[in-house]
Every structure is written in structure tokens, then in C-alpha cells.
Design a protein around this ligand. Structure first.
Ligand code: ARG
Length: 443
């Protein structure tokens, strides 16, 4: 049955239906479409726009359709989209009352309703996964609380830090991700139904009632904006992109750290693959895939922003292209968070390797500068004294802590015997007094 063809003499070409139908991807919205329609039908009954009896029959019919879809009895096909497929099935099932469901509604507000309900759930699930991953990171940090590693800038040894401090950086990134999504939920959770095609309706509907039934905290305020707006989806994609930026940076570090050059961590074998030709290989495929999948999610954001940027108000069919990038990004982010939760739980930290690396090179040079500053040497002067000491060490193939006190004093007379304890990486870490620094307990 195609009740949208009454104004045409010709039927829709098969290939046009195939090309334009969104059913293949929007069928996953069926639950939201049915819940939204049930609330709409209840409202129509309550406001006397349809009879109570008609309203009840529609609700019952929709509940049955929900069951039919869940247990695979209803094959969704041959419709422009999920909204038409469900409405057609309802009319086929219950006859005339079904023809009243679409009163005071358009697919333009209906599709936004479904999309917002989908995103509300998806964002809630992603926030939960972020929290789970944060807990896992906290667990890894606690278990390795005093493990020392080299801190890097420019991927060069910078200053010694605690591994727990380093890994907790990701805890805070994910914390901001969760906060951003929670804030974005406020703008997702706005009820669009009642905007109809774009102008509202002359029928006496009760939008707030529908909002209450569906758990929305407010109703949208401008009917044209309501059917034209996809900001909430773009905003969500932006936040998902940042999650992927964070997971991708962590992946990059895990890949580096698990290389034989670093050997700081071991990724559990059950997360690694071998090579089809090199028998010795143990590849960090999961972090690599996550780093790769980050690109997809950036692409999803680009797709939707490009789709929207040139559109006149209000609804245009281009907007049907909004769903696939959002579905893809949501699925990808959920998948990546889930696999990261188990991967990180099973990570092995090679604390001896990290400690050795932290002791290598000149990572305590800044501590030496601080030592001189505490003895009253102006910072810039202290900096250049230590730079000369480093140069001297490089020239003579020595570590800083191998210099004699006389050698130190040849650069500055403020050096005393207590200098040596400042050259210890553990001392360096625990000496940090600033809030947010790497010391275990801050003074
Ligand atoms: N399937 C469309 C979408 O996903 C909704 C239908 C609105 N179509 C229309 N011709 N007004 O955006």
C-alpha cells in the first residue's frame, strides 16, 4: 500500500524507491518510532482529536507490531523509511483507526523525534562505558602507583614521572568527554513533535504531555528550527571525535611502549595477532585498529557537517543522510571503548624497563636547575650552568651523577655534597610540590 502516491498518475520506479529508501539503515529506529507513535496516539486521544477507543486500538496495534519486529515475524521492506513501514503495517492490521495516527504530525518532526531518542540512549550508554574505562584506568594506576617512567616531550626524555600519573592523564581526558556528553544531553533531550512539517498545526495538541510521556525535559520552541536542526547530532559527533582522539593517542602510546625498543608494557597475547610470514611477530592490532577507526569517526563528523552546511530551511531530503554517520560513529565509539576496557585490564607493566629508561639520559637536569635556584641562583643563570654541565657530560661520556663534587663546583660554587640526592629519579618525582604534579603525595 502506498498512500503517498495519490497525487501522482505514475507509481514510484522500483530503482527510485531502492535509491531513496532509508529503510535499510533507519529500521534500527523501530523501537523509538513505535514508542513515539504510542505517545502521540495517547495525546491525540487525551486531547479529543481522535476517540479514546481509536487511541487504544492504535496503541495496542503498535505494541503488537513491536512484538512482530522483535521476534522476526514482520519483514520490513518496500517502504520509503521505517516511519512509513510501521504506519502501513498498522493500517493493514487495524484498519481505519490506523489512518488517524499521522494526524497533527509529519515525518519531518517524527524523524527528529526518533533520532533524538536514539541519541539520548546512545549517549547514555557511551557515558557509562567512559565511566567503566575510567575505573579500569584508575585500577591500572593504583596497581602501579609507584612505577617510575621517563616523561616525554617531543618524544625525548624530559623529566621522570610516575607511570600512574601518566596513565591518569587519560582518566581526566575521558572525564571531560563524559562531562561534555552529559551537557550535550540537555540539547538532545528536547521534544520536537508538534512542529509537524515545519509550521505547527491547527489541531489542539498537547506537546508537553507527549514530552512527559517520553521523558523529554522540554519542548522545542520554533517549529522551523525544529525540523531543520541537526546541531544536536553534529555536537554529539564532535564529542565522539574527541573521545576517539583520546583513544587514538593512548593507542599510539601503547603501540610504542609495546615495541621491543621501549618494552615498557606487554599487551596480553589474546589481544595480539601474528604475521602470516614472520613467525616471531606479536602485533598490537587492537590499538592500531582503534587509531585507524578514529579516522572513520572524524569522517562521520565531516559527512554530517558537509551535508548540513548549504541547506536552506527547513527540511530537505539531504537530511536523510544524517543517520548513517551518526550510527557509524556511535557503534565505532562503543566498540572501541568496550575493547579498551578489557585490553587495559590485561596489560602488563614492565616496571624495571621503565625505571631503567627513566634513569637514562639527563632527565634530572631540571632538578639540578631547581637545586641551584633554591641556593639563590637566578633561574636563567642556573639553566645555563646546567646546560654547560650537560654538554660537559656528553663530551666526556658521563652521566650527571658520575661527576665529582669538584667537577660540579667548577661550574658553580653553590654546589654542595647534597647535590647527589637531587640526582635521583625517585627524589625528583617526590620533590614536586605543585598541585597536579607527579609526586605521590603533594605537600
Ligand atoms: N526518511 C526521511 C529522513 O530520514 C524522513 C522522511 C521525511 N521525508 C519527506 N519527504 N518529508 O529524513
Amino acid at each position: 500500500m502506498n498512500f503517498l502516491r495519490k497525487r501522482f498518475n505514475k507509481g514510484l520506479r522500483k530503482e527510485v524507491l531502492e535509491f531513496s529508501s532509508s529503510l535499510k539503515f533507519d529500521k534500527r529506529l523501530y523501537k523509538y518510532d513505535i514508542d513515539g507513535s504510542i505517545a502521540h496516539a495517547k495525546m491525540l486521544g487525551k486531547c479529543g482529536i481522535i476517540s479514546k477507543r481509536e487511541s487504544c486500538r492504535i496503541v495496542k496495534g503498535l505494541e503488537e507490531i513491536h512484538q512482530e519486529i522483535e521476534n522476526g515475524k514482520l519483514k520490513l521492506r518496500n517502504a520509503e523509511d521505517i516511519h512509513m513501514a510501521i504506519e502501513a503495517r498498522l493500517i493493514q492490521k487495524i484498519g481505519s483507526p490506523g489512518k488517524k495516527l499521522h494526524t497533527a504530525r509529519s515525518r519531518n518532526d517524527q524523524v527528529v523525534l526518533d533520532f533524538r531518542m536514539f541519541l539520548r540512549d546512545a549517549v547514555g550508554e557511551i557515558i557509562k562505558l567512559l565511566r567503566n574505562l575510567q575505573e579500569v584506568i584508575l585500577g591500572v594506576a593504583r596497581k602501579n602507583l609507584s612505577v617510575i617512567m621517563p616523561g616525554y616531550t617531543h618524544l625525548q626524555h624530559a623529566q621522570p614521572v610516575l607511570f600512574s600519573h601518566h596513565i591518569m592523564s587519560y582518566f581526566f581526558m575521558l572525564n571531560r568527554d563524559a562531562q561534555r556528553l552529559r551537557d550535550c544531553l540537555k540539547r538532545i533531550n528536547v521534544m520536537p513533535l508538534g512542529a509537524c512539517a515545519l509550521a505547527g498545526t491547527s489541531l489542539p495538541i498537547d506537546r508537553k504531555y507527549v514530552a512527559r510521556l517520553l521523558g523529554f525535559s522540554s519542548v522545542s520552541e520554533n517549529s522551523i528550527d525544529t525540523v531543520s536542526d541537526r546541531d544536536f547530532a553534529i555536537e554529539t559527533l564532535g564529542h565522539l571525535v574527541l573521545i576517539m582522539v583520546h583513544l587514538s593517542r593512548l593507542s599510539e602510546e601503547l603501540i610504542l611502549w609495546s615495541s621491543s625498543e621501549f618494552n615498557f608494557i606487554e599487551i596480553d597475547e589474546s589481544f595480539c595477532t601474528g604475521s602470516s610470514i614472520m613467525p616471531q611477530k606479536k602485533n598490537p592490532d587492537i590499538p592500531e585498529l582503534i587509531r585507524g577507526k578514529a579516522g572513520r569517526v572524524f569522517g562521520d563528523l565531516a559527512t554530517l557537517t558537509m551535508t548540513m552546511k548549504g541547506l536552506p530551511l527547513s527540511y530537505n531530503r539531504d537530511m536523510q543522510e544524517d543517520k548513517e554517520p551518526v550510527f557509524d560513529a556511535v557503534d565505532t565509539v562503543k566498540e572501541c571503548l568496550k575493547i579498551y576496557i578489557s585490553l587495559l585490564k590485561n596489560i602488563k607493566v614492565n616496571k624495571d624497563k621503565m625505571y631503567l629508561a627513566a634513569n637514562d639520559g639527563f632527565s634530572v637536569a631540571t632538578d639540578l636547575t631547581d637545586y641551584l635556584v633554591k641556593k639563590g641562583v637566578p633561574f636563567r643563570q642556573a639553566y645555563s650552568i646546567v646546560a654547560q654541565i650537560v654538554m660537559h657530560c656528553i663530551k666526556n661520556g658521563k652521566r650527571i651523577d658520575e661527576l665529582s663534587l669538584n667537577e660540579f663546583r667548577s661550574f658553580c660554587v653553590k654546589f654542595k655534597a647534597d647535590v647527589y640526592k637531587n640526582l635521583n629519579v625517585k627524589f625528583s618525582i617526590e620533590s614536586k610540590k605543585s598541585v597536579g604534579g607527579t609526586a605521590t603525595i603533594r605537600g
